[in-house]
Design a protein around this ligand. Structure first.
Ligand code: CTP
Ligand code: CA
Length: 228
């Protein structure tokens, strides 16, 4: 049987990665957003490319360069992120690392909202954003063979993440504890639990590049096992 060269186990595979926050405009000068440095998603995109995958990285607004060999599509809002993901399909692998804003303002103001003397502050009506991970996980001809989501939690991390995996219909969830005292949000390190159909696996704390390398290795192993 022919074996692919060891260094490029993902050759011929297309990976779609989302990363960064989304910005949901309120008016021309203001927006709603999630906290996200984009680092973990960019590292994953780079690690998948390093294993030979063709990688499309759909990224919200962050100030990071495209990793080597990665096609970067920059977007601002969740709706634009979903459209860019649909555009990128078909893909063999989807990794949703973006911190997508769960809501957007129902009616974006076309002109700057001004403070009027004595007037009460504006009340923003919100509507839900599309769930990109849930859509990519939906069974159908375009569903990637392996869909990986993230879960940033502050309590009962493994339990919430396992519930999220079931709810979204994705194959794996990379869960992490983002309580401020862990220093993970915005930091260079991550400590994750990988949730698969087989259960939960606690990985040691390591830098975000190492988490990405390990995850890309697991993804490559998934496809190698499928082939044999
Ligand atoms: N996600 C997504 N689109 C959304 C919201 C989330 O693709 N509109 C993805 C994220 O990229 C992540 C996963 O879903 O991979 C989990 O995101 P998270 O915010 O933890 O889950 P939610 O379902 O939004 O639940 P909650 O925020 O209430 O915990
Ligand atoms: Ca959310």
């Amino acid at each position: 049987r022919h074996l692919a060269p060891r260094a490029t186990p993902l050759a011929g595979r297309h990976a779609l990665v989302t990363a960064g926050p989304t910005h949901e405009p309120i008016d021309p000068v203001r927006y709603l957003a999630n906290r996200s440095s984009g680092r973990q998603g960019y590292e994953i995109a780079g690690a998948l490319a390093a294993l030979g995958a063709r990688v499309t990285l759909v990224s919200g607004p962050v100030d990071l360069p495209a990793p080597p060999g990665v096609a970067l599509r920059r977007v601002e809002t969740a709706s634009q992120m979903l459209a860019a993901c649909r555009d990128a399909l078909p893909a063999d692998i989807a990794v949703c690392a973006a911190a997508v804003a769960d809501w957007r303002v129902a009616q974006e103001a076309t002109r700057k909202i001004k403070k009027a003397q004595g007037a009460p502050p504006p009340v923003l009506a919100l509507v839900p954003n599309p769930d990109i991970l849930a859509e990519l996980s939906t069974p159908g001809p375009d569903r990637p063979a392996l869909v990986v989501g993230f879960a940033a939690e502050t309590d009962s991390v493994a339990q919430h993440a396992a519930a999220k995996r079931a709810r979204k219909g994705c194959d794996w969830i990379v869960a992490n504890d983002v309580r401020p005292e862990t220093g993970i949000m915005g930091g260079m390190e991550n400590e994750v639990i990988l949730i698969t159909a087989d259960g939960a696996e606690q990985w040691p704390r390591m830098d975000k590049r190492a988490v990405a390398t390990h995850l890309a290795g697991r993804i490559a192993a998934f496809f190698t096992a499928q082939r044999s």
